[in-house]
Design a protein. Structure first.
Length: 377
């Protein structure tokens, strides 16, 4: 019994326990080093809050993964893919690269251009480690589509950069990015175990433990923000794990559909308005929901509910064409929500609809406005 569940339990408990220990220590270190967010401007949270939460995510994940590799051979789950070690090296290298760059961004406040270059670099350097999208199944014919090398490289870059930015933009309300990542990790773990990827399933399980151990300090009202080091690390980890899980893009799109559509909507709005795509504003769905009177916890729970519901659909729906239909339904629901909240805030009359009992310009509470580096995006 222990031989079957022991490695999984040990991996999860290690990441979870280390996150509980490292996160408060990182919080205090951030306060001592001045890596904090102070209320003012768009940052309307209360009090000075450390944004050095990234170590509470990165180090527990890496430690749990390395520990799983050091287990005696008779306790390690079977490895069915001879290229798994190469992908694992790429995953750890990419996570480390984005974590270190995020620390620099938290410290120096780097602009959109260095961030774009870093994301492009990590995406391109993932290709030699075989973290690539090279084939997909046609959902309508069930035929395998193998992409040429240039399309493989392009799709991989778009996917990695897209997921990094999606998670980064998602980190605008306390507990949102960490909670959604945890839900995705649950879905990926179940999927990998069902597909017989027993050793690979340890990876999302380690990230799940780190996210859940971090969440008590980041859920509203947040005691620490994950900062760029945390959001960049999580974004790359999610992008890479979804590819390592057999390029189950449809599964990830279902779980992450709500934030992905929100990001696409926001990019389109900024382009139509003639503003830089990386410009910061309060146009994201979670900001609009708050401005309509929802509490930070309610917003996080709404996102959790959507992501979990469509994650369950991704697991129970076997036919790919039905997954495509589910994605269309999710996209329609998300667009409907965006249109509704946009109309509530900017009706045809030009007068916003205030929420009863709340001034129209009331600000966010602790942690609900993106930290400094997010505001510029």
């Amino acid at each position: 019994m222990w031989r079957s569940i022991g490695p999984y339990a040990l991996t999860f408990i290690t990441a979870f326990s280390l996150a509980l220990l490292i996160t408060p220590a990182a919080r205090r270190l951030g306060e001592r080093l001045g890596l904090v967010d102070v209320p003012g401007g768009r940052r309307r949270h209360h009090g000075v809050i450390s944004r050095l939460g990234g170590p509470g995510l990165y180090f527990p994940f890496v430690a749990a993964v390395l520990l799983s590799l050091l287990l005696p051979s008779h306790l390690q789950p079977a490895r069915n893919d001879p290229k798994e070690v190469i992908r694992l090296a790429g995953l750890l290298w990419g996570c480390t690269f984005m974590f270190v760059f995020g620390l620099l961004d938290d410290r120096l406040g780097l602009g959109p251009t260095p961030q774009f270059v870093a994301q492009l670099t990590v995406a391109l350097l993932s290709i030699p480690y075989l973290i690539i999208i090279e084939r997909v199944m046609n959902p309508f014919t069930n035929e395998l589509i193998v992409f040429p090398w240039w399309a493989t490289a392009l799709l991989t870059v778009l996917w990695v950069m897209g997921m990094i930015n999606t998670v980064n933009f998602l980190d605008g309300v306390d507990g949102l990015a960490a909670g959604v990542t945890a839900i995705l990790c649950i879905v990926l773990t179940i999927h990998m175990l069902r597909e017989g990827q027993y050793s690979v399933a340890l990876l999302p399980l380690a990230l799940l433990g780190a996210a859940l151990g971090f969440l008590p300090f980041n859920f509203a009202p947040a005691k620490v923000f994950m900062g760029s080091s945390g959001s960049f690390f999580l974004g790359y980890a999610v992008a890479a794990l979804s590819i390592i899980a057999g390029a189950k893009v449809a599964t990830v799109l279902l779980v992450m559909g709500l934030p992905i559509v929100d990001v696409a909507w926001q990019i389109l709005n900024r382009w139509r308005a003639g503003r830089p795509i990386g410009a910061g504003d309060r146009g994201h769905l979670h900001h609009r929901l708050y401005d309509l009177g929802l509490s930070p916890r309610a917003i996080a729970l709404i996102y959790y509910m959507f992501c979990l519901a469509f994650g369950v659909l991704a697991l129970v729906i076997s036919k790919r064409v039905y997954k495509v239909l589910a994605m269309l339904v999710l996209g329609g629901i998300t667009l409907g929500m965006l249109l509704y909240v946009s109309w509530r805030q900017h009706p045809l009359s030009g007068v916003a609809h205030p929420v009863a009992g709340q001034p129209a310009d009331q600000g966010l509470t602790a942690g609900d406005e993106p930290h400094e580096d997010q505001v510029r995006r």
